[in-house]
Design a protein. Structure first.
Length: 202
């Protein structure tokens, strides 16, 4: 569903993320992204936005699981939610995508495909060389500049899990952690003021 142009001559808004919200609270997806969404993807984006970002009723459990067959656009739907969340709040918000290492290049390719030259997601990965010092510098740059950090499962476990985890990585990646996080089916919830999205590998 395309919405009319915004006031003040701004570019046309895209999919309404929270239809029915008061005008001052209305949020819209990027117009270019919206044109590529199929109806089931529009429903998925709105579902995630409602469960992960929208206002919660008192006592309402937050979060969702997005499960679908391969090839139906779950990655694009998550990119839409991340783009809208990273673009719509304070500067330097952060999101974390955790996935099998062999699909990180696919994530980078999908982001480049759908959002070329975008400055909101700013996707980055951790350096393969340089050890903990180089990775800590990359994490610090991500926290300072914002955007999405893409990390493999094993790398995440090595940096932030177990007895060998360093406090700096645990603080940056887990507690309190970033804004959104990811695996393969999306589960998301809000904790300590951060949107945490986890893609669960099955």
């Amino acid at each position: 569903m395309e919405e009319p142009a915004r006031a003040g001559g701004a570019a046309p808004a895209g999919l309404a993320l929270n239809p029915g919200a008061p005008p001052d609270d209305a949020r819209f997806l990027d117009g270019d992204l919206s044109r590529h969404l199929k109806p089931h993807q529009e429903r998925g984006v709105r579902f995630m936005w409602e469960r992960c970002v929208g206002p919660a009723e008192e006592g309402d459990a937050r979060g969702c699981v997005l499960a679908d067959h391969m090839g139906l656009g779950k990655t694009l739907q998550l990119i839409c939610v991340l783009k809208s969340w990273l673009s719509g709040g304070p500067p330097r918000r952060t999101a974390l995508v955790i996935a099998p290492a062999f699909v990180l290049s696919n994530w980078l390719g999908e982001i480049e495909r759908w959002l070329p030259r975008d400055r909101a997601l700013r996707p980055r990965t951790l350096p393969a060389a340089g050890g903990a010092a180089a990775r800590l510098a990359a994490v610090a740059a991500w926290q300072r500049e914002g955007g999405a950090l893409l990390v493999g499962y094993e790398m995440f476990r090595m940096l932030a899990g177990g007895a060998g985890a360093r406090a700096e990585f645990v603080a940056a990646l887990c507690d309190p952690g970033p804004g959104p996080v990811s695996y393969t089916h999306l589960r998301a919830h809000e904790t300590r003021g951060n949107l945490v999205c986890r893609l669960l590998l099955e």
